[in-house]
Design a protein around this ligand. Structure first.
Ligand SMILES: [Zn+2]
Length: 230
């Protein structure tokens, strides 16, 4: 009984704090306020995942967060709901702190996760290992109206909620390829390992060559419901 009462009081206090933060009665720095807008430039903390999750069903909030990052994008109108693969809350991503091999359609949360990944994981790894920035991300697309290969389940690509990255080009022009460098011991492989670990921190699912043969030449990252890092 006492344990139950203690738990109840704990929950009430927690709810009280959330309410106070939400109503603005309590003043904490935005990075420690779960209801404050995600700031992509800030070092990620315990609340980043929650703030990212909040962008899922709120296109306006999501675009607000992106407009304060280095991501350049054009918001897209939602498609009709009677098409095979309807698109909601999507944008065309032109560039981030890096250029892309081509612009691509992305769900807004996928774009936000990418912006976090690029700033806080990808560039720091490149600086540490090569002393220079990644200039370009090479990808083979995000939107494809299809199911997962060998399954009936709808792929995250069908909602532009996934991106397939095949490699990176550094500022000095050096190219790092998932297919060619993943299993060749050396700095490039180390960079790919670190890039994948970083992707696992920001995206809900990250799959690479270690997962299966279908991913031997790319990292698949998506913002679907399942958390997976393989
Ligand atoms: Zn994929």
């Amino acid at each position: 009984m006492t344990i139950f009462r203690g738990f109840l009081i704990f929950c009430l206090v927690l709810i009280g704090i959330q309410l106070a933060l939400w109503r603005g009665w309590l003043d904490v720095p935005p990075r420690w306020n779960p209801w404050a807008l995600l700031d992509i430039r800030e070092t990620p903390n315990l609340l980043t995942g929650f703030k990212l999750w909040r962008l899922q069903d709120d296109p306006l909030l999501c675009q607000q967060a992106l407009s304060r990052s280095s991501l350049r994008f054009t918001a897209l109108a939602d498609s009709r709901s009677d098409v095979a693969c309807p698109l909601n809350n999507t944008l065309r991503v032109h560039r981030a702190g890096v250029a892309f091999s081509s612009s691509f359609i992305a769900s807004c949360p996928l774009a936000a996760a990418f912006a976090l990944f690029e700033r806080h994981d990808l560039q720091p790894a490149a600086q540490a290992l090569f002393g220079q920035r990644v200039a370009r991300v090479e990808h083979v697309g995000s939107f494809a109206c299809r199911t997962i290969a060998g399954s009936q389940r709808r792929s995250q690509h069908a909602a532009a909620n996934a991106l397939d990255i095949i490699g990176f080009r550094l500022a000095d022009g050096r190219r790092i390829s998932v297919l060619q460098d993943w299993s060749k011991p050396g700095k490039n492989a180390e960079f790919l390992r670190q890039a994948q670990q970083g992707a696992c921190r920001r995206f809900n699912t990250t799959l690479g060559p270690a997962y299966n043969a279908a991913h031997r030449d790319h990292f698949h990252v998506d913002m679907g419901r399942w958390r997976m890092c393989r």
